[in-house]
Design a protein around this ligand. Structure first.
Ligand SMILES: NC(=O)c1ccc[n+]([C@@H]2O[C@H](COP(=O)([O-])OP(=O)(O)OC[C@H]3O[C@@H](n4cnc5c(N)ncnc54)[C@H](OP(=O)(O)O)[C@@H]3O)[C@@H](O)[C@H]2O)c1
Length: 241
């Protein structure tokens, strides 16, 4: 699908990979709805950088089904039905299972797995009806190659997202809607800078010797959107890890 003139929603677009993805979509001529939990200055700035006439801010927690309905409606009201959905919003916490409460699992699954479903459920009917749509789910290499302890719910949630991508890709292929995963490796964002101890040691274990730049992940999202024969698969961008 051509990004130019398509209507896109990017969740978690106030910083990091989501921000880079929203800016990439805007630069490619898309109309972009940028989301994060709150209408922060950072989020407004992303919309401003894209350009007011082609960007809209829609705050809301993706874990909340009704809020996702409002995000999808904000896109439709402003630009028309959604062609591209990037499920990017994510959270992370480093904790071993023996120290966990059910709420630790819930907070991760609510955002990554329910959040993706909540957004998909609101945009998919129109994609199916119009036989036009691409859903990109931002997974993680941690699902298949956890680089250390403390990542069990995160790995499980991202594995769920990879399974969702595969199964939904199959389900909606006859409707010409595509579902693609992008699984980043270690990427230079706040989730890493604020969530991991000893980042330099962690970086030293990446074969290419550095973190990905958010723009490199966004580039792969663009590729996933524009390659019309790609569906059900998850593309790994890991620097060799
Ligand atoms: N960085 C990495 O190394 C890496 C590797 C693999 C996969 N990933 C995945 O890539 C995605 C983006 O991560 P990032 O590294 O760019 O993280 P980040 O810099 O922390 O950005 C996360 C974004 O998600 C938003 N967000 C968090 N919870 C939300 C919710 N419930 N509803 C709506 N928005 C929410 C945040 O904004 P607010 O806080 O303002 O809501 C922010 O815009 C995540 O799914 C992450 O798991 C990252």
């Amino acid at each position: 699908m051509l990004i130019r003139d398509s209507v896109a929603v990017v969740t978690g677009a106030s910083r990091g990979i989501g921000r880079a993805t929203a800016l990439m979509l805007g630069a490619a001529g898309g109309k972009v709805v940028v989301n994060a939990r709150t209408r922060s200055e950072a989020l407004e700035q992303v919309a401003k950088t894209i350009g007011g006439e082609r960007a809209e801010v829609a705050e809301g927690d993706v874990a909340d089904f009704a809020a996702c309905g409002r995000i999808a409606r904000a896109a439709t009201d402003r630009f028309g039905p959604v062609d591209i959905l990037v499920n990017n919003a994510g959270n992370f916490a480093l904790k071993n299972v023996v120290a966990m409460e059910p709420r630790d699992w819930e907070s991760i699954f609510q955002v990554h797995v329910f959040g993706a479903f909540n957004m998909i459920r609101h945009v998919l009917p129109s994609m199916i009806q119009r036989k036009r749509g691409v859903i990109v789910n931002i997974a993680s290499f941690v699902a298949v190659r956890p680089p250390g302890p403390g990542r069990v719910p995160y790995a499980a949630a991202k594995s769920a997202l990879i399974g969702l991508t595969r199964a939904l890709g199959l389900e909606v292929a006859p409707d010409r809607v595509r579902v693609v995963g992008v699984a980043p490796g270690l990427t230079d964002t706040e989730i890493v800078r604020g969530g991991l101890p000893n980042v330099p040691e962690r970086v030293s274990r990446v074969p290419l010797g550095r973190m990905a730049r958010p723009e490199e992940i966004a580039h792969t999202v663009g590729y996933a959107i524009e390659n019309d024969f790609l569906t059900g698969e998850t593309v790994y961008v890991t620097g060799g890890e």
